[in-house]
Design a protein around this ligand. Sequence first.
Ligand code: ADP
Ligand code: ZN
Ligand code: ZN
Length: 752
Amino acid sequence: MMYADIVLPLAQPAYTFAVPEGMELRCGDAVAVQFGQRYIYTGIVWRLHGVRPDFKRVKSVGARLYDVPLLDERQMRFWEWMADYYMCTLGEVMRMALPSMAKPRGRSEEEFSAEVFRPRTEQYVVLAEAWRDAGALSAECDRIRRRAPRRCEALEALAAFGDEGRTEDGAIPRRLLDIDGAVLAALRKGGYVDVTERERRAERGGYPRFAPPRLTEVQARAADEIRASWASGVTTHLLRGVTGSGKTEIYMNLMAETLASGGDVLMLVPEIAFTAQLVERMERVFGSRVTAYHSKLTVLRRTETYMRLLHSEGGELVVGTRSALFLPLRRLRMIVVDEEHDPSYKQSDTAPRYNARDCAVVLASTFGGRVLLGSATPSLESYANALWHKYGYSVIEERYGGARQPDIIVSDTMRAVKRGERRSHFNIELIRAMEGALSRGEQVMLFQNRRGFSPFVSCRECGWTMRCPHCNVTLTMHKSSGRMECHYCGYTASVPRTCPQCGTADPAPMGFGTERVEERIAELFPEARVGRLDRDTSTSESAYNRIIKDFESGRSDILVGTQMITKGFDFGRVSVVGILNADNLLNSPDFRSSERAFQLMTQVAGRAGRRQTGGTVVIQTSEPENPVVRWVAAGDYDAMARSQLAERHAFSYPPYSRLVRLTLRDRDAVRLREGAVWLAGALRERFGRRVFGPVAPPVDRVREVFIVQIMLKIESGRPMSRARELLRGCLDRMAGEERLRQINVSVDVDVQ
Ligand code: ADP
Ligand code: ZN
Ligand code: ZN
């Protein structure tokens, strides 16, 4: 009798099932199995063996679901590494790694039969027969130009489109055209174009030559260094290039080589918002080889992608967010991690709490591939790896095309207040810079890292603040909705008219968020058109795109926003960037706060003057002498990195140690305290002074659940596997304690 250990998408160890007579199974196969009384799951066959488990009724495997295994040997090793390193189960890796359609869970087997995969289709556009004659078209354009300039522009673009990219019958894939939906619909209605929906062309067989942009001398030197370090056997190379230096062009050149030889390339980006922009840019060079992948695609689309890649013959370029690491790219030779310092590469909220950048390095070594990490402001971990010669390292300090670095002005808020040179949230320097830009028809971006109108309201008389009844935080005032809102649980309440404690009228909104900035701009610059980009205004993808497009096309002059505006975008007409309050970036208690503040401010500053004109960045702060501000102003990454590394070394923080954070949660505050003290004690027996806490995090109650944390700091060079083993021992012992086992404990290895 054969048995199969099967991984189910649960926080459980693999479970053993019997393999029915005559069923052929391989490791990595997806199978349907019954688990518990009613549920049927998709599981992955992890191990086949002849050892009968010692429980009484051994259930049998239901059915094999696909004709090919979903995972190959190397992916299985990768999952195992992940579960071990990040201290979770294989089931938890599975839950995240496979699109949910490949692991349905239902009450009967019938629900699995709906295995329908649509082929990928896309729209193709072609000029209607009557308008293919150049003379006729240009006469028509002249006729309609005044009334419909955008339609006219689109028609001319269609007429001017070359042969490359067209199908045999001359149709052009819509994605290669920059025509918006409304214009295309109007053209179609007017009989100017024919639009068809067709299966996406896969140019298989033979690998075409690609034409990535020609590199400048400086870029070519960096690309050569990268090739050389890969050739010498160094797997990972770090490329530090200032914003606008053309890192993307370097990636494309190296990708072209890999793709042309039939290898697969994975390009990771930190946020979904970037994929669309980047995919467009990649498609212009690599056409239909490009696939976008992220968690907001429909389940069907993700499953399709997974299945298509299972059968791929190589030469794939996937651009995606961190979950793209789990796609079956069987010829994976190159992984690019763009903006490698970005904290969103780390999944912190659910297991596996993995860092996609670090996983990329492991995955590449499993596949014998190479990794390129790119950033204008690398993480100190990667920078240290470069210093220690574990990674190759290249630097580009100049922008492409002779674009100047922006001038950075540090504006002292205290001094401005004293001299009467501050109006609401704006110091005189910023106001002048904005006036200048707007009068020249240029654009302005303003960064404030809080959304809403004000982060709390407070009574002028007694100091009362309005707090969330379910969480230990103040409620944020949102003026547009007229509500007080909890940013942790979503609870809302009406804006208080009087203080419930002393009866004083109109508690005052304190501090400011993006919404309040927007309101003040309207007072200071009544003529300017203002856009706002934050989580409240970009509730859907289309809302988000509209705000970006409005700014891009000049329909708005000023864009106010949170972190969302800091990254990636290439707006040519932005000449002034304002950081409204650097203080709250500088003063967070985290050991990474200086590094983060530097990265964030440098990113924001990089949005200014992307073209030849250069630009101005105004940083408003009450600490103009703060070293981080001075490093940003000087554009001195190395000084920041060296100073921060010295500090990390002195206090044994990463990269000189690894941090493991245990978070304990319970509705019962007394039991939680007891459990935390017990666990910290048990850990101290094993780890001694490497244990810190228990301590309450800044927000120590969310949705009625209390939270306590314990930190473990393991010096680099000490074996982590041993540390994990000891830690597991302690957690198992805790689970054996009747009263404490109810406490939820989560483990976060390499916390961000
Ligand atoms: P980074 O990713 O380093 O911020 P980008 O790759 O976005 O920089 O380049 C900045 C701008 O310069 C882009 O508009 C890009 O098209 C242009 N650019 C950079 N290098 C080249 C090149 N070699 N040829 C043509 N355009 C380039
Ligand atoms: Zn009061
Ligand atoms: Zn709340």
